[in-house]
Design a protein around this ligand. Structure first.
Ligand code: IPE
Ligand code: IPE
Ligand code: MG
Length: 242
């Protein structure tokens, strides 16, 4: 168990985003079906939300299901849907206990109706919380998000609510993204050693610091979160300046 002391001299990033990868490999290493990895991964999500809230992050965003993950077997996708159903209920509990506001990004319209209702409820029942904002990316793709934002913008222009002029800024555009009103991630963590973005937050990660760990997501823990924050503290963010 870590102490407050070890955090004392660290700058805590406002927003940490995580690509939770490696559930399947974690299970395979143990001779278990991939879905066991997903189940263990959900437990680690709960713990990480609590750790993030205690450490004092303002935003934690996790990548739970991509627009490309529908390509997986019917069995695996079905098992993931079942896990969402189950963990949305548990998460409500964790969120309420820890003063956490939950938000989902991604295109939820593709999910079964009961899951959409569960997402709406989770957001609604936690919207007054003042602690950590926990953002879950489900049926999320960075390209898809930008495409949907462009459609919303075009609709506003057509309806006369917006003008498509040079005055329309990057900040104006970002308000059409699912992450409207959220700060961009300061730090991106990817587990299981892969060196790619896999279509996560393409617009928002433009200047984020990146930390890759070889741990599989089900083995991720508070110590590794602190290691990532320590590494972040050694970075020199320049945003294109000098
Ligand atoms: C991440 O683990 C969870 C999801 C993408 C839903 P994976 O399922 O991608 O696990 P690996 O990468 O195959 O080990
Ligand atoms: C990224 O992991 C998506 C999530 C963690 C939800 P993937 O396992 O889908 O990414 P690739 O296929 O290795 O790029
Ligand atoms: Mg993977």
């Amino acid at each position: 168990m870590g102490t407050e002391n070890e955090l004392k001299d660290l700058i805590i990033p406002d927003h940490v985003a995580i690509i939770m990868d490696g559930n399947g490999r974690w299970a395979k290493k143990r001779g278990l079906p991939r879905t066991f990895g997903h189940r263990q991964g959900c437990t680690v999500v709960e713990r990480t939300v609590e750790d993030a809230a205690r450490i004092g992050l303002k935003y934690l965003t996790v990548y739970a299901f991509s627009t490309e993950n529908w390509k997986r077997s019917e069995d695996e996708v079905g098992a993931l849907m079942q896990l969402f159903r189950y963990y949305m209920v548990r998460l409500l509990d964790v969120a309420v206990k820890n003063n956490v506001r939950v938000k989902m990004i991604g295109d939820r319209r593709r999910f079964p109706e009961d899951i959409i209702a569960g997402i709406d409820r989770l957001e609604n029942d936690t919207k007054e919380a003042t602690g950590l904002t926990f953002v879950i990316a489900v049926n999320y793709g960075g390209r898809d998000e930008i495409r949907r934002a462009a459609i919303k913008f075009a609709e506003d222009v057509k309806a006369g609510r917006r003008e498509a002029s040079e005055e329309f800024s990057e900040d104006d555009f970002s308000e059409y993204l699912d992450t409207a009103h959220m700060p961009y991630p300061d730090l991106l963590i990817r587990t299981s050693g892969e060196l790619r973005l896999s279509n996560f937050l393409l617009w928002q990660l433009a200047y984020s610091e990146i930390y890759i760990t070889d741990l599989y997501w089900p083995d991720f823990n508070r110590d590794e979160l602190i290691n990532a924050i320590k590494a972040y503290n050694k970075r020199n963010r320049r945003f294109g300046g000098v």
